[in-house]
Design a protein around this ligand. Sequence first.
Ligand code: SF4
Ligand code: SF4
Length: 82
Amino acid sequence: MPPIIDKEKCIRCQRCASICCMDVFGPITKGEVPKVRFPKECWHCRACVIECAQGAISMRYPLPLTILYREAVPLSEGEKND
Ligand code: SF4
Ligand code: SF4
């Protein structure tokens, strides 16, 4: 899922688009709010969120990225024989 830019907070500095190594924003036009042109290329590194001094970017994460990792519980001897 791509980043979301709050147009009210954005000062159109283009720093988010410049730092994105996946080129999710595509070509930028000076003076405009960056557009997310290639959303499927986003790998949710948050570099654009951190780079935006205005706090104008929020992220939507795919469901698998929101699931917490838990250690598997080892089977007991009785369970192994079932
Ligand atoms: S870094 Fe933030 S303020 Fe600058 S263009 Fe991107 S969203 Fe807008
Ligand atoms: S989260 Fe990373 S890959 Fe996605 S748009 Fe921002 S900088 Fe690019």
